[in-house]
Write a new protein. Structure first.
Ligand SMILES: [Zn+2]
Length: 321
């Protein structure tokens, strides 16, 4: 079902937002980027409205287009509220009700990873699939599901949080206020990678990460990936181990849902096949036929996926119509 010609999508991340006018073919006609980390709610709303206004100026045909928002929060569709939002001050806030009046158009709000899944489904690595799952490996791990040709939201709107699926019974404590341990996010997120890299740097002071630490540089997931691409065996080992754990999570998803394809995106995927190869191998080792043959692919749309998906959401293109 083709949606309206032009909609505006806004992806609110923990540190920045992207707002853009997107047409029915997924083409981004104009895009605005703003830093939003640390902003209190009134400022966050004002900056978001200003970014949308700027997009409207750049693309006048979008002036009365509906707007979709992806926010990094668990949603409760009974109230419309964001229930838990770690990186933005949106806990208990009905974001659509707060921002709608300032924009003067209909607005739709959903979880940011659900939006990324929508975009990858319509225009990216899950194109043509009726059953697909997506994980976004960033600071945390977001998830999205397409089941039976529609975005799957669960009973209350909070489905697809595979990042908080427990993988290791006795694993490390999770991040972002999650009470769990050994969740996929606790093992395979950018935060987990940085934690494990720091532990390695302390344990092996003569390693390149160890020397980085001694020199006072920050031990980050990005640095691990850079060293790994450079051939550093310790950094490669960290990514290989992360990929194996990811594969355990993929096996759980594959055996539960039998998707055609499992998409992996987010900042950690700068490592690409250094993570996907062990993940795929672990999935094949642990899961049974026929589900184990699910495809494992890198996200195709990059950092604009959430914004494009938010625009698709506004256009009603989530498959539920
Ligand atoms: Zn968790």
């Amino acid at each position: 079902v083709p949606g309206p010609e032009l909609t505006i999508g806004v992806d609110l991340g923990g540190t920045k937002l992207l707002a853009g006018a997107v047409d029915a073919s997924g083409t981004v006609l104009a895009c605005e980027r703003r830093v939003i980390s640390g902003l209190p709610l009134p400022d966050l709303l004002a900056v978001t409205v200003a970014a949308v206004e700027k997009v409207r100026e750049a693309v006048p045909e979008s002036a009365d287009a509906v707007c979709g928002f992806g926010i990094p929060a668990l949603m409760d569709r009974r109230s419309g509220d964001a229930v838990r939002c770690v990186h933005l001050p949106l806990d208990g806030v009905d974001f659509g009700a707060r921002i709608g009046p300032s924009l003067g158009v209909e607005v739709t709000v959903d979880n940011d990873a659900n939006c990324a899944m929508l975009a990858e489904w319509r225009f990216g690595a899950a194109r043509g699939a009726s059953h697909a799952a997506m994980l976004t490996l960033g600071t945390g791990i977001g998830g999205g599901l397409i089941l039976d040709g529609r975005l799957y939201r669960g009973a209350l709107g909070a489905a697809a949080e595979m990042g908080h699926a427990p993988i290791d019974y006795d694993g490390p404590p999770c991040f972002g206020g999650c009470p769990g341990r050994g969740c996929l996010e606790a093992l395979c997120s950018g935060s987990a990678l940085a934690r494990d890299a720091l532990a390695l740097a302390r344990m092996l002071p003569d390693s390149r990460l160890g020397r980085d630490l001694a020199a006072g540089s920050a031990i980050t997931g990005e640095r691990v990936t850079e060293l790994a691409h450079d051939g550093d065996p310790d950094a490669r080992g960290l990514l290989w181990s992360l990929g194996e754990k990811l594969g355990v999570g993929l096996a759980a998803i594959a055996m539960t849902l039998n998707p055609e394809v499992l998409i992996v995106g987010g900042g950690v995927m700068a490592a690409d096949e250094l993570v996907l190869e062990p993940a795929r191998a672990e999935l094949r080792r642990r899961a049974m036929d026929p589900g184990r043959s699910a495809g494992v692919a890198a996200a195709a749309l990059g950092p604009e996926a959430g914004m494009i998906g938010a625009a698709l959401l506004a256009a009603g293109m989530d498959g539920t119509a």
